[in-house]
Design a protein around this ligand. Sequence first.
Ligand SMILES: [Zn+2]
Length: 244
Amino acid sequence: MRPVRRGPSPLSRDFDDYKDAKAELVSRLGPYCSYCERRIATGLEVEHIQPKSLAAYSALIGSWGNFLLACLNCNRTKRDKEVALAEFLLPDRDNTFAAYQYAADGKVTAGAGLTGRQRQMAQATLGLVGLDKPVEKFEDSNGKMVALDRVAQRMQVWGIAESAKVDVEASPGVEAVRRNVVRTALAEGYFSVWMTVFAGDAEMRERLVDGFSGTRESGCFAVGTAAVVQPAPNPDGLANGGKA
Ligand SMILES: [Zn+2]
């Protein structure tokens, strides 16, 4: 899950209509779901971390610090569940890249290096948005892959990233091939899949961290090596930040 920095609010007060924050959020974070990392060309939604429909959080309905971006699937699964900030790992305040591991079969699981408490929080976040759901049927009657859900689409992009890696390895020192990988990654989304497939290529990881808006700004990757920085430095000083 890509860690991001939203940065300071563009307004000196809360948003009258939270939907007005969407353009600024997309500009700062890129057109991706903050949870499942899919690129959503249209229909990306302004997501309230603490749900707007719960009375306890109604004061946060227009609050910039409570916004992320979400796809319809993640947003609908999350619905009006209560989100106590101390109990979940969140991409705007924790190093959610370090907190998860991604695999070729589309599965997202809690990262190996977490403490028991962090693991609990990582798991809670997966359940919150349904990223722990198994893959649904994804083959047509001819056995051809049809990627309809978030898991199958993640598998599909894994394959694209693997083939991009073959191109990079076959073309050492060719700048255009590396630039093209970043363009493809930005078009396909799933930042963590690309970072995992290119785990052994620090230079390519640097390009990915710089390519996806709001990622470098999170401070969760060291400049020059893209090594994971843990816990998240939480540069905006958000409440309950830096838990991982
Ligand atoms: Zn999503």
